[in-house]
Design a protein around this ligand. Structure first.
Ligand code: COS
Length: 385
C-alpha cells in the first residue's frame, strides 16, 4: 500500500529498518533471555539521529512529528518489541516537556533526549492507580519555593536507566484530578530512588522499575505547566503517545507475519511446503489484511496528531486498541503456523507473542481505550445537537 511518504519519511523508515536488521536482530534473543537493557542499541539509534524525530530542530531534534516517530518505532519493533518500547518510552517521558515545558525547560532537557545521550521516562502508574489514573497517592507538599515528594510509582518503563522523568503527584488531594501536578525529576536527586528491575513475560530487555520518593525536594521551577494541571498533562501526553504503541504493535505483528511466511515455504508436510495449503494461505490472508488495516489506522492517526487541530483522544485510543488486538491475534496465529517449532525458543515467534501481550495493557488497557472511544462518540453526538 502506498502511504504517500515524503523522501525524508522513507529515509527514516529505511534507516530504522537497516539498524534493526543489522544490530538488533543478532542480539534480540539473548537480550530477551538475559533481560539485559539495550544501551548499546540506544546509542546506535542516537548516532543515527533517530531519537529526536519528534523534537523540533531548535532543541536538537529532526523536526518531525508523531508519524516519523511511529515509522521508526514500527521498524524497531518488527525486530524486537522490547527494544521498540525502550525507544518509544523515551518519547513518552519527553512529550510532556515538549507540550507543556517552558522554553528554558525544553532547552535544558530536550537536546540530550534528542541526541540519545539521555533517555526519558513517564511516571504516572501506582500500585493502586492503573486504569484509575486519578487515584494516585504520591504527594507533593508545598514548602516555600519547593515541593516535597513522597510515594512510589510502579512499572515505569526505562525506570532507573532514564535520566529525565515526568512524574505526576498530588499537590492537593481534596481537588481530585484537578489537584495533580506534573514535575520534571532527574535521576540522582536526593530522595529519589529505584526499585528492582521487574521480571516480565515479554519485552524483557526493557527496564520496568518502581520510582521511590522519600522526602524528595523539588524546586517549583520543575513544574510542567501549572500547579493542578498534572492530570491534563498526563492525558494529553497519552493522547499523543498511544499511536506509538499502535506502531509498536504493528511492528511486532509484521515481524511475526514475516517469520511465519518464510517458514511456511520451507516446512514440508505431506510432500509439499505448508504455504501451498489453502488452510494456511487463508490464515496468511487474514493476518496480512489485519496488519495492513492496523498500519493504515496508525499512520492516519499519527497524521491527525501532527495537524494539531483535532481532538485526538478517540482516534488515538482506537488505533492503540485495534493495533494491539491485531498484534495479539497475528502473533498467536504465527505460533500456530510454526506449530511445535513456534512454541520453541529457537524461533522468534514465541517471543513476539509474549511481546505483543503488553500492547493490550500499557498506556491504558484496551478496556480503558473502549471507554475513551465511547466517551468521544457521546461527546460528538452532544456537539451535533
Ligand atoms: N485530554 C484533556 N483532558 C482530559 C482528557 C484528555 N484526553 N481526559 C480527561 N481529561 C480531563 C477531563 O475533561 C476532566 O477535566 P475536568 O476536571 O475539567 O472535568 C479531568 O481530566 C478528569 O477526567 P475524567 O473525569 O474523565 O477522569 P477519570 O478519573 O474518570 O479518568 C480515564 C478516566 C479513562 C481518562 C483515565 O483514568 C485513563 O486514561 N486511564 C488510563 C490511564 C493510563 O493510560 N495509564 C497508563 C499509564 S502510562 S503506561
Amino acid at each position: 500500500m502506498d502511504y504517500l511518504f515524503t523522501e525524508e519519511q522513507k529515509m527514516i523508515k529505511d534507516l530504522a529498518r537497516k539498524i534493526s536488521e543489522e544490530k538488533v536482530k543478532p542480539v534480540r534473543a539473548e537480550l530477551d533471555e538475559t533481560g539485559t537493557f539495550p544501551w548499546e542499541l540506544m546509542k546506535e539509534f542516537g548516532k543515527a539521529d533517530l531519537c529526536g524525530l519528534y523534537i523540533p530542530e531548535k532543541f536538537g531534534g529532526f523536526g518531525g512529528g508523531c508519524l516519523e516517530f511511529c515509522l521508526a518505532t514500527e521498524e524497531v519493533s518488527r525486530i524486537c518489541g522490547g527494544v521498540g518500547v525502550t525507544f518509544a518510552a523515551s518519547a513518552l517521558g519527553a512529550f510532556p516537556i515538549l507540550m507543556f515545558g517552558t522554553e528554558e525547560q525544553k532547552m535544558k532537557y530536550l537536546p540530550d533526549i534528542a541526541s540519545g545521550k539521555k533517555l526519558a521516562a513517564f511516571g504516572l502508574t501506582e500500585a493502586n492507580a492503573g486504569s484509575d489514573a486519578g487515584g494516585i497517592q504520591t504527594t507533593a507538599k508545598k514548602d516555600g519555593d519547593y515541593f516535597i515528594l513522597n510515594g512510589t510509582k510502579q512499572w515505569i518503563t526505562n525506570g532507573g536507566e532514564a535520566e529525565t522523568y515526568t512524574v505526576i503527584a498530588m499537590t492537593d488531594k481534596s481537588k481530585g484530578t484537578r489537584g495533580a501536578t506534573a514535575f520534571i525529576l532527574e535521576k540522582g536527586m536526593k530522595g529519589f530512588d529505584f526499585g528492582k528491575k521487574e521480571n516480565k513475560m515479554g519485552i524483557r530487555c526493557s527496564a520496568t522499575r518502581e520510582l521511590v520518593f522519600q522526602d524528595c525536594k523539588v524546586h517549583k521551577s520543575q513544574i510542567l505547566g501549572k500547579e493542578g494541571m498534572g492530570f491534563i498533562v498526563a492525558m494529553k501526553t497519552l493522547d499523543r503517545t498511544r499511536p506509538g504503541i499502535g506502531a509498536q504493535a504493528v511492528g511486532i505483528a509484521q515481524g511475526a507475519l514475516d517469520e511465519a511466511l518464510a517458514y511456511s515455504k520451507t516446512r514440508i508436510q505431506f510432500g509439499k511446503p505448508i504455504s501451498s495449503f489453502q488452510g494456511v494461505q487463508h490464515m496468511f490472508a487474514d493476518m496480512a489484511t489485519q496488519v495492513e488495516a492496523a498500519r493504515a489506522l496508525v499512520y492516519a492517526t499519527a497524521r491527525t496528531v501532527d495537524t494539531g487541530t483535532a481532538d485526538i483522544s478517540r482516534d488515538s485510543a482506537m488505533c492503540k486498541l485495534f493495533a494491539s488486538d491485531v498484534a495479539m491475534k497475528v502473533t498467536t496465529d504465527a505460533v500456530q503456523i510454526l506449530a511445535g517449532y513456534g512454541y520453541m525458543k529457537e524461533y522468534p515467534v514465541e517471543k513476539m507473542m509474549r511481546d505483543a501481550k503488553i500492547t493490550q495493557i500499557y498506556e491504558g488497557t484496551n478496556q480503558i481505550q473502549r471507554n475513551v472511544i465511547a466517551l468521544g462518540l457521546i461527546k460528538e453526538l452532544a456537539a451535533k445537537k
